[in-house]
Design a protein around this ligand. Structure first.
Ligand code: NAD
Ligand code: UD1
Length: 337
């Protein structure tokens, strides 16, 4: 199929792009490189031994989208593009709504104009907010606790209405849990532009010597060891879930929200120990106060993904830590090295 990846130069987009190319799909990446490097795309090209189109531009630019759709005539869009820093979204909510929500509306309008009926959207488990029960299933109430999470919820609702208004349209809303890990080649991976907000890139930068120690946010949660518990999902498994979603959406109409996780929780301390084993390095750490807005435990019900997509996670915590370390140790300064 001909697939347009918005935000395809980013962390999850680049891994999905590689898998799409390896399976013989045609791809075009539209990215404004606000949080990524064109070098990631060069590396994907080498790894895939296949070519693809790249256009620099924003999903907020209707004219640019018009050109891209007219030229490439995509059959499906995987929509990764967006801003994703929770803290920044509290400081600049309007910027987040403009980029994420307005940008998605502009994209959906371009799809309709050019008769592109299939959308796979990068949503997040953050749409659920505090757990009313666990595991989170797709029927769990949706109450995100920050502007970033609300952009994801609003976009989901907008896509749902778009799909309902167009009988031929199909949309899959993938609610990712905690994506981590890297391609086994060590050539592509997560490359945060500033000090990482998320646990695994933070640990990786401590292990490689870029940061002095890890602050563990809270040691007194109601979990096995008192530290926060999350459902970490290997980015390669996540990439495979996108291919399954593209193929599911091809033969369906309507809109489905689907969790993408492993169904298992791992605590911060468990992850830290696994990373120390994988890297052979000590990761100095201290327990500090809880981070505002954090939940104690989060993990997915993965039944719907199995049933509808025929997909399930195959990689374990050791694979996630090994591949992260392989990427980080080969690229201590990320793509800028
Ligand atoms: P990322 O920042 O690495 O990738 C996003 C890409 O979109 C970047 O290449 C960036 O330059 C591009 N971009 C941003 N705004 C754009 C715009 N207006 N026009 C064109 N391109 C734009 O992030 P990621 O981790 O790969 O996440 C991809 C998507 O998945 C995001 O929508 C994110 O919210 C969502 N998500 C990520 C996580 C996670 O933990 N990484 C979890 C849940 C959901
Ligand atoms: C965070 C976001 C969430 C977003 C997700 C994307 C917040 C409140 N939530 O989720 O909206 O969808 O990232 O990946 O920011 N931790 C530490 N020390 C650190 C960093 C994290 O102890 O330096 C702990 C956290 O308290 C948590 C776990 O590690 O228990 C995972 O944190 P993180 O990677 O930031 O993911 P989430 O909090 O699940």
């Amino acid at each position: 199929m001909r697939v347009l990846l918005t935000g395809g130069a980013g962390y999850i987009g680049s891994h999905t792009l590689l898998k799409l190319l390896r399976q013989g799909h045609e791809a075009l990446v539209l990215d404004n490189f606000s949080n990524s490097s064109p070098r990631a795309l060069g590396r994907v090209k080498q790894l895939a031994q296949a070519d693809f189109e790249v256009r620099e531009g924003s999903i907020c630019d209707a004219e640019r989208l018009d050109q891209v759709f007219a030229e490439f005539r995509p059959e499906a869009v995987i929509h990764f593009a967006g801003l994703k820093a929770v803290g920044e979204s509290n400081e600049k909510p309007l910027h987040y709504y403009a980029q994420n929500v307005s940008g998605s509306i502009t994209l959906l309008a371009a799809m309709q104009k050019h008769d592109c009926r299939q959308m796979v959207f990068s949503s997040s488990a953050t749409v659920y907010g505090d757990a009313a029960y666990l595991p989170y299933d797709e029927a769990h109430p949706l109450q995100p606790t920050n502007p970033y999470g609300r952009t994801k919820l609003f976009i989901e609702e907008i896509i749902r209405d778009w799909a309902a208004s167009w009988p031929d349209a199909s949309a899959v809303l993938l609610r990712y849990f905690n994506p981590v890990g890297a391609d086994p080649s060590g050539q592509i991976g997560e490359d945060p532009q500033a000090i990482p907000n998320n646990l695994v890139p933070y640990i990786a930068q401590v292990a490689v010597g870029r940061l002095p120690f890890l602050s563990i946010f809270g040691g007194d949660y109601d979990t096995r060891d008192g530290t926060g518990e999350r459902d970490y999902i290997h980015v390669e498994d996540l990439a495979a879930a996108h291919l399954a979603a593209v193929s599911f959406g091809h033969s369906q109409t309507g809109c489905e929200a689907i969790n993408i996780g492993t169904g298992h929780g791992t605590t911060v301390l468990e992850l830290l120990r696994a990373f120390e084993r994988a890297s052979g390095r000590k990761v100095p750490h201290k327990i500090v106060a809880e981070r505002a807005g954090d939940v104690a435990r989060s993990f997915a019900s993965v039944t719907k993904a199995r049933t509808l997509l025929g997909w399930q996670a195959e990689r374990n915590l050791d694979d996630m830590c090994h591949s992260t370390w392989n990427w980080q140790s080969r690229n201590p300064d990320g793509y800028d090295a």
